[in-house]
Design a protein around this ligand. Structure first.
Ligand code: AMP
Ligand code: MN
Ligand code: MN
Ligand code: MN
Length: 286
């Protein structure tokens, strides 16, 4: 049987709109047979996702999308097949929760200066037990009619260099990769074209990523076009990196970006799932 992979998506444990079980249910409906839940800096959604996946007979991979710093840039590193109980990773996610809360306080203070009140309470309520992200601020600004789209919230307030932007020092990329690989996972550079790097910076990044123990890059995302796929497939081959496939699904209100709706991985690229070890292997699911 051919598996249908989606190895990047978000639940209410971070900035996704669906609970972990609703997300798994939707993935199953969309024909996904192997799903990785990869919430920002948290593994909190995995246990609920796992019990729903077992009920539906869909294979769940323990995932995370770690925020990381490299050369003053913020990058996202996907961990696939991680052990959420691995102590250094669990300690790191607890620390990231605190950093995210501290950042939220500062963002809210900056918004107050713009006479936008109530943001901290608003995002805390919306995030509940989950990680507070800038998406929560964008939704708050939208709900209070300060902006008319999420994009506008980033363009006017939350994006880098904008009035409510707070720069954050995340873990060094090499350390984030270590947390993933030492917990038994495979480290994958998320959406490599989203960082707006020149070709020479991209090559420097991929070399450093590989050097630090990174094993894959996302070649197919919910937004990559055929030219981008070709470019990413070339990068994967030249740097000896495997290719991953993930929609980065957040919310069912965006009909153009659906769970599992992904182009096939080019045949020149080694699929990242070939690197999964026994604990992640598809034999004897869960
Ligand atoms: P954070 O990790 O809290 O800084 O939030 C980053 C999240 O905000 C990303 O994972 C996206 O889901 C969302 N995001 C970032 N930039 C944009 C943008 N320009 N438009 C919409 N959402 C964005
Ligand atoms: Mn997000
Ligand atoms: Mn990301
Ligand atoms: Mn993501």
């Amino acid at each position: 049987m051919t598996e249908h992979y989606d190895l990047h998506c978000h639940s209410t444990a971070s900035d996704g709109a669906l609970s972990p079980s609703a997300l798994v249910y939707r993935a199953h409906q969309q024909g996904v047979s192997v799903l990785a839940l990869t919430d920002h800096d948290t593994t909190m959604g995995l246990s609920q996702a796992r019990s729903c996946a077992a009920d539906l007979g869909i294979h769940l991979i323990n995932g995370i999308e770690l925020s990381a710093s490299w050369q003053n840039k913020c990058l996202h590193i996907i961990g696939l097949g991680i052990d959420p109980d691995y102590e250094p990773l669990a300690t790191a996610t607890a620390q990231l929760r605190t950093s995210r809360l501290e950042r939220a306080v500062k963002i809210a203070e900056k918004l107050e200066k713009k006479r936008i009140t109530g943001a901290l309470a608003g995002v805390q309520k919306a995030a509940g037990d989950g990680m507070i992200t800038r998406s929560h601020f964008a939704n708050f600004l939208l709900s209070q009619f300060h902006v008319s789209t999420q994009q506008e919230a980033f363009d006017r307030y939350l994006g880098k260099g904008k009035s409510a932007y707070v720069s954050t020092t995340w873990a060094e990329m090499a350390l984030a990769i270590q947390w993933i690989t030492q917990s038994g996972g495979v480290a994958v550079l998320a959406h490599p074209l989203r960082y707006q790097l020149t070709a020479s910076w991209m090559k420097r990044l991929l070399a450093a990523f590989k050097d630090a123990g990174g094993q894959g890059i996302e070649v197919i995302t919910g937004r990559t076009n055929p030219d981008e796929i070709k470019l990413l497939a070339n990068y994967a081959s030249s740097f000896g990196l495997a290719g991953s496939v993930g929609s980065d699904f957040h919310n069912p209100v965006n009909p153009w970006l659906e769970l599992g709706r992904l182009a096939p991985l080019p045949e020149t690229v080694q699929p990242v799932w070939e690197l999964f070890d026994k604990s992640v292997s598809l034999v004897g699911a869960n």
